[in-house]
Design a protein around this ligand. Sequence first.
Ligand SMILES: [Zn+2]
Length: 169
Amino acid sequence: MKAEFDCDGILHPKAIEGLKLFNEGKFFEAHEELETAWRDETGEIRNLYQGILQVAVTYLHITRGNYEGAVKVYGRSLKWLKDWPDVCRGIFVKKFRDDAEAAMKELGTLGKENIGKFNKSHFKQIVWNEKRKWICDRCGSEMYEKNCKVSCPNCGNRFDCSDLNIYFD
Ligand SMILES: [Zn+2]
């Protein structure tokens, strides 16, 4: 994984709200939360928020019967979404890209005249693992999580996600 993608961090809280709303089919509200996350965020990850935001707007256009709007905004989203690793900050980006592409293919098959027949089952949910910020219980440093292995860069303390229940009992 390339370091410049900064995929090991946690998601902005507003981005998490946006993902939840997206999965409830509340695309307008999802767009608003993601926009706040995009505005607050200074790192590269803001581009991923932007891409997801634009797919939310694309889907909103589809539900409102705006064919040209959907095609235009989806086209813009591609450049923000294309370069990310398959999973970034717990978001399954590749699946998200593939799902959006499939939805747009369906839209293209229907064509502008039949956009009203678009079946909303083509709006797939965004899959993500909500990452937590881990603080080492021995030395207080922020810990890193990768593939469910959590380790402390300071003292070497480590544990596995499968042991989580002992931390949250
Ligand atoms: Zn430590």
